[in-house]
Ligand binder design. Structure first.
Ligand code: ATP
Ligand code: MG
Length: 688
């Protein structure tokens, strides 16, 4: 008789779970599961990991890569549950040891930290997030005089996007410019110079950006002995959401498992939505050829998530796609309720409609957590956030502004980073400029002077305090020495940095009290990490999401509505889903209609959004919506029409141009207006 957890799977899912298990070493040949949304890919992967463990595989020798740390944690819980059914009490310890579950970048950072010295990297390296990376590019650009002489030179964010695209797609700069950034082609020579200097600056400062985590990992895998050691520590390598990996990631996998033994990847070509980060659907499509003839391919076509009308509408969107491997799905979940196509007057009405429906659902017993509002771009949820705040409905927002993006949190983290790596120029600049009397030029001079020294912090103590910086300079240097010495111990280091920072906070920010509360929150978060270095690494790579009270940690015990960009909603599911701004200009985005490939990616994005819904789906189309400076005219309202991807025949039309919201009394109206101003100001002030 087979284990109960296998009985629940369908035949194909089961063959994916059992693939190669029981063949002695349990590895089995390369396996690809390619299937549409909600067909149980992630679930199958979790069962496979559990099945391997139940059959004796060592969990410490399993490498599991997911799209986010949150997804990895969820996967760990599922594995634990399944193992517990079979192994009872022993299971907890077994799946706890599933230590190598995380994102490509997170795993890369850990491996690099372990092997840094072998590849010529100082193990004290710090990691730059995208904003830090753009800041460093900016510093380098100024040093080269590029922005002064060339007024229309690409912005720092565009420079970083170009650099990152070239690195991750392993393509030469001229090709990347031609295909993806044609308006920047004229600057090729200067960009080449800039990127060369940027790479040198990173090396001199001992900092790594996100792309370096993959690049160095790939480099490690190019060194025979090291590659063998790293590849040899995992019997199984499993990857979820394989359609959104890039070429560099595929080459790392190939180096880890050159003959594909023990390698399992799952994905859906119809959900490939990260090409702007150089992800390529070719990885999944080329998998069989790469590992020919050993590769086994399993397709799944039954959807377990959505009702039939929701699935029919989603299929209607994707079946017009130009190129597609996976086939339409079917489901046994009958329902009479078609997805709604809701027309509203504008974004304020849209926010009202969503809130009313969400509350109605709650009255019918659906938790807020079982409902999600999805949107194309983070700022699209602005009016809804205001409305939710006004009505005291808690929410968590994924994929938008992060807790760690707020200036005061970044300041404290910079202190920890700079103590760990005093060559980190972006962190150093940030900190020194908090001190009275220290401007960018002085900070630059000090950083230059200490950079070349073998012990930069000792050198810093010997530099005379800049004029007018007074005692602030001394307490700054003392604080760094205390942190560096490890005397405070972890996580008390945060309070050392916080005590130093608070006088500056009070001087700089009017809303100091609120920000101090955030810093206490940061200390709380830090207790969940074993060391400063793990804390900095993991927070930089996958920061906590913003909540309605702007606290760092999600409101775990409470009920809250989910707000998420479509990109961040990948792999998840909710009973009820609302998709905002389903209009041309938004999905597809004004910015994404340059080429057929871009339009097709927008189509897949809508498909991803719609297939998140289990029981109820609302696609909302405001007749007027606000665009943020995307056009020559700048910010403005535009009259919009329904997204070209929406198959109208499969939806139920729902007009609510005169949404029956009781008009607020005059006094209330003033309150609401005031609130809107408060919330906006708060948001602007919080996130720099
Ligand atoms: P996505 O493409 O969105 O990532 P997916 O293919 O990974 O989706 P899962 O999230 O694994 O799909 O599964 C979707 C839903 O179907 C989950 O609620 C899961 O528990 C359920 N499910 C999967 N397989 C089965 C099954 N054999 N029997 C019952 N429910 C199942
Ligand atoms: Mg999935």
């Amino acid at each position: 008789m087979s284990a109960a957890y296998l009985e629940k799977l369908n035949e194909r899912q089961r063959s994916a779970v059992e693939h190669g298990v029981g063949t002695g070493v349990h590895t089995g040949g390369p396996l690809l599961v390619i299937a549409g949304a909600g067909s149980g890919k992630t679930n199958t992967l979790a069962h496979r990991v559990a099945h391997l463990i139940v059959n004796g595989a060592d969990p410490r020798r399993i490498l599991l890569m997911t799209f986010s740390r949150r997804a990895a944690a969820e996967m760990g819980r599922r594995v634990e549950r399944i193992c517990a059914q079979v192994l009872g009490g022993k299971a907890g310890t077994l799946s706890d040891a599933l230590a190598w579950a995380g994102t490509f970048h997170g795993i890369g950072a850990r491996l690099l930290r372990e092997h840094a010295s072998e590849i010529g990297v100082d193990p004290d390296f710090t990691i730059h997030d995208r904003e830090d990376s753009a800041d460093l590019i900016n510093i380098v650009r100024h040093e080269l005089g590029l922005s002064k002489t060339e007024s229309r030179f690409p912005t720092k964010a565009t420079c970083l996007a170009i650099y990152s695209r070239a690195v991750n797609s392993e393509r030469p700069l001229d090709e990347v410019l031609r295909d993806n950034f044609p308006w920047c082609s004229a600057w090729e020579k200067q960009l080449r110079e800039l990127f060369g200097a940027y790479v040198e600056a990173k090396q001199a400062q001992n900092v790594l950006d996100y792309d370096d985590l993959l690049l160095y990992w790939a480099q490690m895998m190019g060194d025979g002995a090291l590659a063998e050691e790293v590849g040899g520590r995992y019997d199984h390598v499993l990857v979820d959401e394989y359609q959104d990996t890039n070429r560099l990631q595929a080459s790392i996998l190939l180096a880890l498992k050159p003959n594909g033994r023990g390698l399992t990847v799952v994905g859906d070509d119809a959900q490939s939505i990260y090409s702007f980060r150089a992800a390529t659907v070719r990885n999944i499509l080329d998998f069989p050829a790469t590992f020919t003839p050993a590769a086994e391919i399993i397709t799944l076509d039954r959807n377990y998530r959505s009702t039939q009308p929701i699935l029919a509408a989603a299929n209607g969107v994707i079946e017009l796609a130009r190129e597609r491997f996976t086939k339409n799905l079917w489901t046994e979940r009958e329902s009479a309720e078609r997805p709604r196509l809701v027309t509203v007057r504008d974004e304020a009405d849209q926010a009202n409609y969503v809130v009313e429906q969400v509350l109605q659902n709650r009255e019918c017993g659906m938790l807020l957590k079982q409902q999600a509002v999805l949107f194309r771009t983070s700022h699209h949820s602005g009016p809804l956030e205001v409305e939710l705040t006004r009505r005291n409905i808690p929410f968590v927002k994924f994929g938008g502004l992060k807790f760690l993006d707020s200036a005061h949190v970044k300041d404290v983290l910079a202190a920890l980073r700079f103590a760990q790596n005093p060559r980190d120029r972006v962190a150093g600049f940030r900190l020194m400029q908090l001190l009275p009397g220290v401007g960018p030029q002085t900070a630059g001079r000090v950083l230059d002077a200490i950079a070349a020294e073998p012990e930069p912090l000792t050198a810093l103590s010997e530099i005379p305090a800049p004029p007018r910086s007074g005692d602030h300079w001394t307490s700054f240097v003392d604080m760094l020495h205390i942190l560096r010495s490890g005397r405070s111990g972890w996580p008390s280091e945060i309070s050392t940095a916080r005590s130093w920072y608070e006088p500056h906070l009070e001087r700089i920010h009017e809303d100091a009290e609120m920000r101090k509360a955030d810093l206490l929150q940061l200390e709380q978060i830090a207790t969940g990490y074993p060391s400063r270095e793990r804390f900095l690494t993991e927070l930089t790579l996958d920061p906590p999401d913003a909540t309605s009270d702007q606290a760092g940690a999600p409101l775990l015990d409470e009920d809250y509505l989910i707000l998420s960009t479509i990109h961040s909603a990948k792999g998840q599911e909710w009973k009820s889903v609302f998709v905002l701004n389903c209009v041309d200009g938004c999905i597809p985005s004004d910015l994404g209609v340059g080429s057929t490939a871009e339009v097709e990616e927008e189509r897949r994005l809508l498909y991803v959004a719609m297939t998140r819904a289990k029981d109820s789906l609302n696609l909302i189309t405001p007749q007027r919506f606000f665009t943020h400076g995307q056009n020559a005219q700048g910010d403005r309202h535009v009259y919009a029409s329904r997204s070209r991807f929406i198959p109208a025949t499969l939806l139920q039309f729902f007009e609510c141009s005169a949404w029956p919201v009781a008009a607020p009394a005059a006094a209330d109206r003033r309150d609401a207006q005031q609130l809107r101003v408060d919330v906006r100001a708060r948001m602007r002030g919080m996130w720099r």
